[in-house]
Design a protein around this ligand. Structure first.
Ligand code: SF4
Length: 366
């Protein structure tokens, strides 16, 4: 089994995207709509009852009068704006279950972004996901409800770092996790997600690959292939917090418990797991096997979202929240649709190069 070489982040992490001053180009073009009524009344209760029912196992009934007016208003505004909402598996249950048109992991959302006929995409996830949607849809309006929703992996590497690695390893192809900026994608040969990382690495026909920027995902891929992996020391701030000791204590308290882990976790955590896979693969695993008790070793909203669908499974929730994902809320989604903000803009030259790497991944035969 090859041991990955790992290189470290440069001193200067890329800055977070800057807030845009004044109304977005989309707001100037499409106009600002009146803010809908957010009153909780019998009509709102009646019209949203089916959605309340859908999340009743994970959202206390006392919270629904706050959420319901936003849910009703957002669903009406989506139609008015010809907008589609894409929500990542880590979004909270009221977003994931009540206003999203498509849910999934980064790969599923990128595929939906590439297919959609809607004129406006609202990305309920983090900034690199919204950028990916814009890269695939240069002529559409892509909005993110809070531009500050970043990602520790995306911040760990710059385009200059990738050029430095290319100089150090001439001719070695570069595979970049989608959790990166458009500039980094533009320097890459192909993108990957945690769903298809192994397939992407092996598709290149090279005995050596530079795999960026998640060191732990790189190690996981290296454990599954004979391709030599050159890694980067980027980490997900959520998954790196899990420890093997923590998982062993779950198993000691209940030997029949199932533990499933995301490959962004450290290697000793993955060794304790019964299954390792992307968020989409983790959800499929639970849907198919219906374990009595399960620990999903990943961001904790995902267990809530699967719990809403599978009330008979008991989820043990080690609660590690992603602070970036949690910046997205119903009030901000509503603002986004009313004011057409925050509009995601990617330099067309960079978007063109990044698109090649993302589309090469999307078109890879599964
Ligand atoms: S969970 Fe980790 S990888 Fe996902 S957005 Fe948050 S920091 Fe980034």
């Amino acid at each position: 089994m090859p041991i990955p070489e790992a290189f470290g982040p440069s001193a200067a992490a890329p800055p977070m995207p800057r807030p845009v001053a004044g109304p977005s180009a989309a707001a100037r073009r499409l106009g600002v709509l009146p803010v809908p009524s957010l009153e909780w009344n019998a009509q709102v209760e009646h019209e949203t009852a089916h959605l309340c029912e859908r999340i009743k196992t994970v959202v206390p009934a006392v919270e629904w009068p706050f959420f319901a007016p936003y849910v009703k208003a957002i669903n009406a505004l989506k139609r008015e704006r010809n907008a589609v909402i894409l929500a990542h598996n880590y979004q909270t249950p009221e977003i994931y279950n009540c206003v999203a048109d498509f849910v999934g992991d980064s790969l599923q959302l990128a595929r939906e972004a590439a297919k959609t006929k809607a004129g406006v995409i609202v990305q309920c996830g983090v900034h690199f996901m919204a950028e990916t949607a814009k890269i695939l849809n240069p002529d559409k309006v892509v909005l993110i409800p809070d531009r500050r929703a970043g990602c520790s992996l995306a911040q760990s590497i710059t385009a200059e770092d990738v050029r430095m690695l290319r100089d150090s390893f001439p001719g070695v192809p570069v595979v970049t996790y989608v959790n990166t900026s458009a500039e980094v994608k533009a320097e890459s040969d192909i993108c990957c997600t945690s769903s298809n990382a192994l397939q992407v690495v092996e598709s290149l026909g090279s005995d050596k690959v530079i795999f960026l920027p998640d060191e732990y995902l790189a190690k996981y891929v290296a454990s599954q292939t004979s391709v030599k992996i050159i890694a980067w020391k980027g980490h997900c701030e959520v998954h790196e917090r899990f420890t093997a000791d923590e998982l062993r204590s779950y198993r000691e308290s209940d030997p029949s418990i199932k533990i499933i882990a995301h490959p962004e976790c450290p290697p000793d955590v993955i060794e304790e797991a019964d299954f390792t896979g992307s968020t989409a693969h983790m959800i499929d695993w639970v849907r198919e096997r219906r374990p009595r008790r399960v620990v999903m070793v990943t961001e904790c909203s995902m267990a809530d979202n699967v719990q809403a669908e599978l009330p008979d499974v008991h989820f043990v929730r080690p609660c590690n929240l992603c602070p970036h994902m949690k910046r997205i809320t119903l009030p901000k989604i509503l603002d986004s649709l009313v004011h057409m903000q925050e509009e995601v803009v990617v330099d067309p030259l960079i978007a063109g190069k990044a698109r090649r790497a993302v589309e090469r991944m999307i078109h890879l035969k599964s």
